[in-house]
Design a binder for this molecule. Structure first.
Ligand code: KIV
Length: 278
């Protein structure tokens, strides 16, 4: 249970028909809680731009922001494979810049692998990164960094032509050396076909039950991101109202003096009353 998982372990899970689970984490505390459950992969997603940093999309997220949070998450992860998400424009400009940036996730931030968005069009870059010794997870379907080119945050691959392109992208990513592929917001039937067509694990988010694994943004599934919840998210607990209630009670108790009580104070019977007279 405590042995650090490897890329090979994740590939073997598909061969054995064992489902792969992945969740996002952006700091040591969450990463530690998630890791302790046995979840196989922790993703430091660029979704942190929206759920932590308050941006309206993932586009503004920088390399430095990603590395900062990857470094923190890596402190909490002992067993899971830690995947760092490459932010927009960190891998598109040139192959050499992509390798340099991907390498920083491994060398400076403790990640085991990186993820990048895109299909056939990023495969030369993926090949170059894998050749350089970097493990790469692909991400096709709804790719949030380029959502504006896709007509917004919409289900992708709904017609035969775009479904065919997504299938080809998955095959190309496998051929380029990717070790797994996130399938985001595509019809369940198409995800099933893609999953059967490749020998690397597909990790679905809004892509139905036939994928080899599943991923969710942790803040969505625990109810800590209130701006919106995509329809494919199952909320396992709704923490925001509980946190608000706790904070409101604290606020009231500070105001009325009932916090801190004796129990939460250090009372040591010190004779300090006449300190003021000295
Ligand atoms: O940024 C992210 O959290 C992701 C997952 C939703 C797959 O890319």
């Amino acid at each position: 249970m405590n042995k650090k998982l490897t890329i090979q372990d994740i590939l073997t899970m598909k061969k054995n028909g064992e489902k792969v689970s992945m969740l996002t984490a952006y700091d040591a505390s969450f990463a530690g809680i998630i890791d302790a459950t046995g979840i196989e992969m922790v993703l430091v997603g660029d979704s942190l731009g929206m759920v932590l940093l308050g941006y309206n999309s993932t586009v503004p997220v920088t390399m430095e922001e990603m590395l900062h949070h990857c470094r923190a998450a890596s402190k909490g992860v002992k067993r899971a494979l830690l995947v760092g998400d490459m932010p927009f424009m960190s891998y598109q400009v040139s192959e050499s810049e992509a390798i340099t940036n991907a390498g920083r996730f491994l060398k400076e931030a403790g990640c085991d692998a990186v993820k990048l968005e895109g299909g056939t069009e990023v495969c030369d870059t993926v090949k170059a990164m894998v050749r350089a010794g970097i493990s790469v997870m692909g991400h096709i379907g709804l790719t949030p960094q380029t959502a504006s080119q896709l007509g917004g945050y919409k289900v992708q691959g709904k017609d035969a032509d775009s479904a065919r392109k997504l299938l080809q992208s998955a095959r190309d990513l496998e051929a380029a050396g990717a070790f797994s592929i996130v399938l985001e917001c595509i019809p369940a039937e198409l995800a099933e076909v893609i999953t059967k067509a490749v020998s690397i694990p597909t990790i679905g988010i809004g892509a139905g039950k036939h994928c080899d694994g599943q991923v969710l943004v942790t803040h969505d599934m625990v109810g800590m991101f209130e701006k919106f919840t995509p329809s494919f998210v199952k909320q396992y607990v709704n923490l925001a109202p509980q946190i608000k209630e706790a904070v409101a009670t604290y606020f009231e108790e500070v105001k009325n003096g009932s916090f801190p009580s004796e129990e939460h104070s250090f009372n040591m019977q010190l004779d300090v009353k006449n300190l003021l007279d000295e």
